[in-house]
Design a protein around this ligand. Structure first.
Ligand code: SF4
Length: 268
């Protein structure tokens, strides 16, 4: 059986454990093209994760930050931003900081981060570099039991993490572009849950300095999904659209939906 990698490098700040990269992506950052880099390992175990092998560290390799910077530099003319996702990128804080510093200062490309929001201290250290941050709101943050089900962790741990995620949203208020994402997951997260998750953060978001968008996402059984969720059907796109339209009628921020059929579309 393959064993997950562990972050026990002598020079942890100089190397990244990565799942791979895509030189030009049009789907990861709202209205921008990106060089997208996937970092391995995650501290959650969402049973519907579309990148389960990368999140568990089963598909991963070590690459130096210097090499990644060079590769991004070669691709920079084709993209608007460097987007780092995972897994949970903030688990590799030191190397990520080094990467963001080099890419903003030497390559001259804005950077974007996708995170599950469970590490506000790390996000706080990274936020001065960020042009865009996407935070996953997996479930209403006042429902730790549902958050635990959606993320495959114990309710006890979920109780601690939900307040960390609110902290992460607060930490992000200075970032020029904030994107919050909730996925409609069959038999786990429904439209009412999405609404509750979004409305629960509205008060905090009023203090945002820049642009805020809430994105309702479709669950898609991509080939990276493992276990029972790999056999589930995608959330019907009409359900995703209806949910986003309703959200737009009650929220004061921009609302989008993201489906396989239509890509990412703005409702309002
Ligand atoms: S937080 Fe994201 S990467 Fe981690 S297990 Fe959940 S869906 Fe996968």
């Amino acid at each position: 059986m393959r064993q997950p990698f562990r972050l026990e490098f002598r020079h942890a700040g100089e190397f990244l454990l990565i799942g791979g990269w895509k030189e030009v992506s049009l789907v990861d950052v709202l209205e921008h093209s990106s060089f997208t880099l996937w970092l391995a390992l995650c501290n959650l175990k969402c049973p519907w994760c579309s990148n389960a092998d990368v999140a568990r560290g089963l598909t991963a390799r070590v690459v130096s930050v210097a090499d990644i910077v060079e590769i991004v530099d070669h691709a920079k003319s084709f993209v608007d931003v460097l987007h780092v996702t995972g897994g949970e990128p903030t688990l590799q804080l030191n190397a990520l900081k080094r990467l963001f510093k080099s890419v903003t200062e030497k390559v001259g490309l804005p950077v974007s981060l996708s995170t599950n929001g469970t590490m506000p201290e790390a996000l706080s250290a990274l936020s001065p570099f960020l042009y865009h941050v996407a935070i996953d709101i997996k479930a209403p943050l006042d429902e730790p039991r549902l958050y635990a089900t959606a993320t495959g962790i114990s309710e006890q741990l979920a109780q601690k993490l939900v307040s960390k995620i609110i902290e992460s949203v607060k930490v992000s208020l200075e970032v020029p572009n904030i994107e919050l994402r909730t996925t409609l997951v069959p038999d786990v997260i429904n439209s009412k849950d999405v609404l509750k998750a979004a409305v629960g953060l509205e008060e905090v978001l009023k203090n945002a300095k820049g642009r805020v968008a809430y994105v309702v996402q479709q669950f898609i059984p991509y080939e990276g999904v493992r276990g029972p969720f790999s056999r589930k059907k995608a959330t019907p796109s009409r359900e995703v659209i209806r949910c986003a339209e309703y959200l737009a009628s009650v929220l004061s921020v921009e609302v989008y939906y993201r489906t396989l059929e239509e890509g990412t579309r703005k409702v309002r």
